[in-house]
Design a protein around this ligand. Structure first.
Ligand SMILES: [Ca+2]
Length: 203
């Protein structure tokens, strides 16, 4: 019987493991309630997106996942499994592209494929005003004067905008500081009309 020579027995590698090169950004979400997804090439008002993705295998000791925003490192994470989640912050209106890479003291991996989107969270230039409130119930039907009572529990708000709204923008309507709906806006004449109308009940 012939025995295998001892030098055929596998020995543990003594060099550092290779850097993981396969990273994927799966989603970028808005922070907060529900964490809605920001689509690739989409638009968001969020100043603090959360970048989530996967790794081809777990990180070796000393390795971290780096988040790059427009090519500059902005945050790192040390996931213990094969998925990661990194929160960014402080985004102002503009265009952004995220990539991720694995880094250690010795080397960097190639960056992942990119994930791009736009942020619009500045103060809108378009200014809405309420021009009238219409009562169309009962014997007396007219635009309401400020301070005058009405029997219309669903008065219609009419208004105008200083400029046409860009795509994706809405006019929110508040009653006593509570959001009650979105105005219907016709882009050409910039008229604002609230549908459905708010319900007002007398005390
Ligand atoms: Ca009336």
């Amino acid at each position: 019987m012939i025995q295998a020579p001892l030098d055929c027995v596998a020995t543990p590698a003594t060099t550092a493991p290779p850097l993981i090169t396969v990273l994927t950004i799966v989603t970028v979400t808005e922070s907060g309630i529900g964490s809605p997804v920001i689509p690739q090439n989409g638009l968001t008002a969020s100043a603090a997106p959360v970048v989530s993705g996967t790794l081809s295998n777990v990180l070796a000791p000393g390795q971290v996942v780096e988040l790059l925003r427009n090519g500059a490192r902005v945050a790192t994470a040390s996931p213990t499994g094969t998925s990661f989640s990194i929160a960014d912050s402080g985004l102002t209106s503009g265009s952004y592209t995220y990539t991720v890479r694995v880094a250690s003291d010795a080397a960097l991996s190639l960056p992942s494929t990119s994930y791009s989107f736009a942020v619009d969270n500045g103060v809108p230039a378009e200014r809405p005003v309420i021009t009238s409130v219409t009562d169309n119930v009962g014997l007396v039907q007219a635009d309401l004067l400020s301070g005058v009572g009405s029997d219309d529990q669903t008065p219609r708000l009419n208004g105008s905008l200083s400029a046409s709204l860009p795509a994706g923008s809405v006019v929110q309507v508040f009653r006593n500081d509570a959001l009650i709906g979105l105005a219907t806006v016709s882009g050409t004449d910039r008229q604002v009309r609230l549908l459905p109308s708010p319900v007002i009940r007398r005390a």
